[in-house]
Design a protein around this ligand. Structure first.
Ligand SMILES: [Zn+2]
Length: 266
């Protein structure tokens, strides 16, 4: 069922993208001034990827995603901010791991997480997102993922599997996805890599130095703390917690984010 819908969407997106591809390229000024995308190794076979976008009045804003090399291949969590930087990121990943990622999963429908989707498709990668992420991407000038998954594991995490089209079956990537409920956005998900006890929290989890929830334009502030508690409960063994917009930390980032959400609710 899931596989069929995913493959049908691949065909549909191929048709749509011939008609209109949202352009997500860097202007020349940004090309010159922004820090280049980078990879930071944090564990055996695990990297954080970093890219930047100028947002006035703050200047370059860091966004992070994850790269893992597993028995099943190399996989990407989230794109860089745009197609240019995502292309550079893919080149870095290939140099570092010896191969291009086979597939990517993105954690919600904002530019920092999926602004480089077209670059992944141009590279021949398979891309996946939670169903409402693909729906919301369209209204936000973002390219949807080719495949989607539904929230059929209410209250539970599930393997991130990709389609082996040639063999007509699903294969496990080694990553686990979890839909914690609305927080930063209605569609935010988190991804766990059990071998390294690493939880990629995306924009749902705030970095330690942050004094507010960040971008709340599409947030569900009333449920945010709840969503973080769901993540904490689902992965009791997670030790390293990675937010989108700042340094990784431990489980204290959960408490920090919950406190920020509670303060925003007062
Ligand atoms: Zn976001």
């Amino acid at each position: 069922m899931l596989k069929t819908s995913g493959l049908l969407l691949i065909a549909a997106v191929a048709l749509i993208s011939c008609a209109a591809i949202p352009s997500n390229r860097l202007n020349i000024a940004d090309e010159k001034t922004l820090p280049k995308p980078a990879l930071e190794i944090i564990a055996d076979g695990v990297w954080i990827h970093k890219s930047y976008k100028n947002i006035e009045p703050w200047g370059p804003i860091l966004s992070q995603g994850l790269v893992v090399k597993t028995d099943a291949g190399v996989f990407l969590v989230d794109t860089a901010w745009n197609d240019d930087h995502t292309e550079k990121l893919l080149a870095l990943i290939k140099a570092e791991t010896g191969e291009l990622p086979g597939a990517a999963i993105v954690t919600h429908a904002h530019q920092d997480k999926m602004g480089g989707m077209q670059a992944l498709h141009d590279a021949g990668m398979q891309t996946w997102a939670y169903e409402p992420t693909n729906k919301d991407a369209v209204g936000r000038n973002l390219v949807p993922a080719q495949g989607w998954f539904l929230n059929t594991f209410a209250g539970g995490s599930s393997d991130f599997k990709i389609d082996d089209v040639a063999r007509g079956e699903h294969i496990k990537t080694g990553l686990i996805k979890f839909i914690p409920g609305p927080g930063h956005t209605r569609d935010n998900i988190v991804v766990y890599y059990e071998p390294a006890k690493i939880l990629f929290g995306g924009c749902l989890i705030r970095p330690g130095g942050s004094s507010n929830l960040g971008n709340t334009a599409d947030a569900d502030i009333a449920n945010w703390a709840n969503a973080v508690r769901n993540v904490a409960d689902e992965f009791p063994d997670a030790e390293i917690i990675i937010p989108s917009h700042g340094p990784m930390g431990g489980r204290e980032l959960y408490d920090h984010t919950i406190a920020l959400a509670d303060a925003a609710n007062e």
